[in-house]
Design a binder for this molecule. Structure first.
Ligand code: GLN
Length: 192
């Protein structure tokens, strides 16, 4: 298929590019609206600072490009701040960005001091062809999902909180697969 556009206005975009290199998948950094050309068939929204990313999305004109991509039902993968940008509603922030993912998401949900930790959990429904067992989860002041609407499904839970969702071709993780050596979630994304 085509090229993965990686939002690169702020945050951990280089780490996603490194994973795609490992998989031999072409990518392009999205820093300006002109970068979003016809070769782009999927988009990664990396971790970082969602408020800053939201402002830069608007000022660069990339917001409209990516919004149209998502509304067309094309694949998008948001990690951490990217999950925040995708959510229909945040429960501790009045902003809404793409508003595409049928869930309420809480920013900095684990607190600012103890917000970074590692865990291991499964991704997906056991028995499904996309099931990923024992995925290493890295959290850095990440969000979690407070409630999930009927359009989205929970793929991973940690301590009773949903931390990965899927909704059609939208994937969102509160954790950072790009900061591990495990490429399975990126492979799943590339298969969408
Ligand atoms: N706390 C960040 C935010 O709310 C997200 C953290 C991350 O992406 N590592 O934007």
């Amino acid at each position: 298929h085509g090229v993965t556009g990686i939002l690169a206005v702020q945050g951990a975009f280089a780490e996603h590019a490194a994973v795609l290199d490992k998989l031999g998948a072409p990518w392009k950094l999205l820093r300006a609206a002109e970068d979003f050309d016809d070769s782009i068939d999927r988009v990664i929204l990396p971790g970082g600072e969602s408020t800053t990313q939201g402002k830069l999305l608007k000022s660069t004109g990339l917001f409209e490009k990516i919004d149209a991509h998502i509304k067309a039902g094309k694949p998008v993968f948001g990690t951490c701040a990217g999950m925040i940008l995708l959510a229909k509603k945040l429960d501790n922030d009045p902003n809404v960005y793409f508003g595409a993912l049928d869930a309420v998401v809480r920013r900095n949900a684990y607190g600012r001091q103890l917000g970074s930790f590692a865990a291991t959990a499964n991704f997906g429904q056991s028995g499904s062809p996309d099931y990923i067992a024992d995925f290493p989860l890295v959290f850095i002041r990440g969000p979690y999902v407070v409630s999930v609407g009927p359009e989205a499904s929970v793929e991973t839970e940690v301590d009773g909180h949903a931390v990965a969702l899927r909704q059609g071709r939208i994937l969102a993780t509160a954790f950072h697969p790009e900061l591990t050596d495990d490429t399975r979630i990126h492979e799943l994304f590339l298969s969408l």
